[in-house]
Design a protein around this ligand. Structure first.
Ligand code: 5GP
Length: 186
């Protein structure tokens, strides 16, 4: 197994995760974003190779068979997401993984103390629903799916080293920055 250190960020979409990830990457040059492979279509503004490697289901299956994924999950029915092992080989920087709770659990299991696993929780499911509606990227169907997923994830918070409640975004950012700073300096 390749040696590496990771900061794993897990959060339901709509919880401010993207902003927090961006702020972490700006603050710490020793951190590198791990670009996942996914079979979901790109959202407006997302760039292939930067936000995700957007691939077909067939391509994703081939990656699984070839052992090219460190971990992967069918996060939503028919929607696969995985961490390419090639991300580890690029350089020695600590990898920032934005992955779901099952993926976080698997990475923690594989790498133990070489992982700082953080969960960004919404103040409540009602607030999460409001934020997702305000963002306007979801249909009623995907919204329901994402809320159901968030409910499951909230019940599995014990997988994480710390849970950060994102009520006021600036506070959540500050808390996350200080946890990651301590971890990187350790
Ligand atoms: P989204 O479609 O909102 O970009 O991501 C949906 C969920 O998939 C999020 O919880 C995100 O963290 C998770 N995800 C993204 N990439 C990966 C990955 O490589 N592995 C796993 N297990 N989950 C991922």
């Amino acid at each position: 197994m390749l040696e590496h250190r990771f900061v794993v960020l897990t959060a339901p979409s709509g919880s401010g995760k993207t902003t927090i990830a961006r702020r972490l990457l700006e603050a710490f040059p020793g951190l590198r974003f791990s670009v996942s492979a996914t079979t979901r279509p790109p959202r407006d503004g997302e760039v292939d190779g930067r936000d995700y490697h957007f691939v077909s289901v067939e391509h994703f299956r081939k990656m699984i068979e070839a052992g090219d994924l460190l971990e992967w999950q069918e996060v939503y029915p028919g929607r696969f997401y995985g961490t390419p092992t090639s991300e580890l080989a690029k350089d020695d920087r600590v990898l920032l993984l934005d992955i779901d709770v099952m993926g976080a659990r698997n990475i923690k299991h594989l790498y133990g103390d070489d992982v700082l696993a953080l969960y960004i929780a919404p103040p409540s499911l009602a607030v999460l629903e409001q934020r997702l509606r305000a963002r306007g990227t979801e249909t009623e169907e995907t919204l329901a799916m994402r809320l159901a997923r968030a409910r499951v994830e909230l019940g599995m918070a014990d997988v994480f080293d710390r849970v950060i409640v994102n009520d006021v975004l600036d506070d959540a950012v500050a808390e996350t920055l200080s946890l990651v700073r301590a971890y990187l300096n350790a």
